[in-house]
Design a binder for this molecule. Structure first.
Ligand code: CTP
Length: 397
């Protein structure tokens, strides 16, 4: 026999469980997230309508994005996943100088790089380094920002205070995981080692280059300790990371595939421009990225600075790129079809050569031209300011 007391307890438990489930569903509904299967079937249409109609969640991430690398791209990818629209504030040159020393790449190049990342919806130039009261108000009112996002590394101002303290206090701060193993400082260090390696091979006077690259970015160099550092990184992405960066779509049956290959070392504004132009020539841009051995053989043992996988992630993050071949051959051959999707494809036909001068020999260009249509594109000197010589004069892709 069930006592009266047990009945009351039972009803209370049932009521509490119903309230919890109801509240959770309401919460999901409010956030516009998918409903559990059974309910989703019944409420599918109104649910979808609601998701389309609700105000998009707008998130803001700021940063210097100096010498943009795949760590920055991964931060932007994670930030975008926390909302529906990502607005990025690119910190002004003056603010960077005041807070951490002069940037290697000026604001207009950093803007090009950030705009080219496929997860970015809007860009605000000349953003402040720290979230001030006024700027936070502007973000909330003018830009309709819901959350301010930064990596989980501390961002401390010269006076020791937290650059995101106000956003945290307002309960509008969210954090993403910083990508290990890459930073602008580390890249400058690698460039210094590259200069040193090159100077061992030829008697090139590298002291002026050292001065250019120093910029207070590389304590290793100033300590004289850089000789002990290693330029070669063993970074290897997991298949999950490659999937996260990929579009996950192949070309459609009638799409015109454009192929462009190159090293894409130290991915910069010139690369972005050439990829944009290449993409405009067709419907699907396939980018071949040469492996490290090929680059070393063609450009010298001191290159590349970023390894094949790092270069591949930077290229994949670019909005103009549909797919990459990781470790593409130097010479495009007839049997190089795109995963069998274009069996008749004469690869050279739609090939764009971004290599010029010392990059590709005249004979190579002539041979490619004989085989089909080759457009030779130039980066028009848009490389990193300090790496300009390597990037554009050599015509490196
Ligand atoms: N970021 C990251 N992983 C990295 C480098 C940066 O997630 N390896 C994130 C930062 O946490 C920040 C955003 O990218 O949210 C922009 O970083 P930025 O202001 O450019 O500066 P740093 O953090 O100093 O990056 P770096 O050291 O590479 O210059």
């Amino acid at each position: 026999m069930v006592s009266e007391q047990e009945k009351i307890v039972g009803s209370c438990l049932f009521g509490a469980a119903t309230a919890v489930i109801g509240a959770s569903l309401l919460h999901l509904y409010w956030k516009g997230e998918p409903l559990p299967l059974g309910l989703g079937l019944g409420l599918g249409l109104p649910w979808r309508r609601f998701r389309q109609q609700r105000k998009p969640v707008r998130v803001y991430m700021d940063g210097c994005f100096d010498m943009m690398h795949y760590g920055h791209c991964n931060a932007l990818r994670q930030a975008r996943a926390l909302g529906d629209q990502l607005v990025v504030g690119v910190v002004s040159d003056e603010e960077i100088i005041a807070n951490k020393g002069p940037p290697v790449t000026p604001l207009h190049e950093r803007m090009i790089m950030v705009k080219a990342v496929k997860w970015v919806d809007e860009v605000i130039p000349d953003a402040p380094y720290a979230i001030t009261e006024d700027f936070m108000k502007r973000l909330f009112v003018e830009y309709q920002i819901d959350y301010i996002i930064h990596g989980d590394d501390p961002c401390v101002l010269p006076d020791g205070t937290d650059a995101y303290a106000l956003a945290k206090k307002a309960g509008r701060y969210k954090q993403i995981k910083r990508t290990e193993g890459v930073s602008s400082t580390d890249i400058v260090g690698r460039m210094l080692l590259c200069v040193r390696e090159r100077s061992i091979n030829d008697s090139h006077n590298h002291s002026s280059l050292q001065r250019q690259f120093s910029h207070g970015h590389s304590p290793k160099f100033e300590d004289g300790g850089y000789a002990a550092a290693t330029r070669v990184t063993h970074f290897l992405p997991t298949s999950r990371r490659i999937v996260q960066f990929s579009n996950g779509k192949g070309p459609g049956p009638d799409q015109r595939i454009i192929y462009i290959d190159g090293a894409f070392d130290l991915f910069h504004a010139g690369h972005v421009e050439i990829l944009r132009v290449a993409r405009e020539l067709g419907d699907f841009l396939l980018v071949g990225i040469h492996n490290d051995q090929t680059i070393s053989a063609k450009r010298g043992a001191h290159r590349p600075i970023m390894n094949l996988h790092e270069r591949s992630l930077s290229v994949l993050a670019c909005r103009y790129v549909d797919e990459v071949i990781i470790g593409a051959p130097w010479e495009v051959s007839k049997d190089m079809s795109h995963e069998g999707t274009v069996p008749e494809w004469d690869a050279a036909r739609f090939r764009i050569s971004s290599r010029q001068g010392r990059g590709a020999t005249r004979k190579e260009v002539r041979n490619s031209q004989k085989r089909g249509k080759v457009a030779t594109l130039s980066t028009k000197g848009q490389g990193h300011k300090k790496g300009k010589k390597d990037a554009s004069e050599k015509g490196e892709g």
